[in-house]
Design a protein around this ligand. Sequence first.
Ligand code: AMP
Length: 262
Amino acid sequence: MPTMGALHDGHISLIQKSIAQKEFTVCSIFVNPHQFNDKSDFEKYPKRVENDILLLESAGCDMVFLPEASELYGIHYRQPFYELGKLENIFEGRYRPGHFQGVCAVIDRLVEIIKPSAIYLGKKDFQQCKVIAELFRLKGWKNKIKIVVSETVREKNGLALSSRNLRLSKQGIHKAGNLFKALQEAKEILLNADEGVEFYQLKNKMTRFLFNNGFEKVDYFELVDNDFNVVPVFNKTTGKNILITAASIEGIRLIDNLDIVS
Ligand code: AMP
């Protein structure tokens, strides 16, 4: 299971799932410089390796892999280009240029080294899960390595657990719960509407709600289908859609998503 450390209950839930399903569980901790488009975000990324190791030990994880960048990539390393199609430039890809190439680079190296039979991922990073599925297709790993995606673990107020939450003030954590609240409210409106809902109206309403409730920036608040096509009008026959959002509070960029199953 790949992580960037500063582990929380969301990470541990994935570890526990792997322990329950597999003979041997490896957790990697590596803050991958290649996937950060913002240098200060990389520098400020929380680091708590000793605490992480204790958490992994008490969860029963079999092995921790803590590579150095030089070890993982080597001096002759040239980052390959991964043909990710539209996934690369929309939503997270649009706001974090190069991010998914960096994610593919690190997962590629980790899989080559660890040779797992399964990889455990969190649905909080829904687009990342799709990108990794695409990487596995490109590398011919699709039928060899299982991708197990787990539900998002949340604070009591709905805020998705994230290592970046450590950088929020107490008040910020409280207000950041409004991101999930906006997703839930949008879901309720979509599922209770008698006829088709034009999503842009709901998007405006929810964006206003976020601005009025502590968030200083909303990168996107969108409804997509399982292939990341935007759904302009929702109606109950649409099947499974996903609300996805990214917004910043106290300078910290948070992402979240919620399934809409009619
Ligand atoms: P990260 O350390 O942020 O790179 O995350 C490592 C893995 O843990 C990724 O697959 C994430 O999607 C997953 N993850 C992060 N936060 C959560 C959460 N709140 N609930 C479940 N999984 C999570």
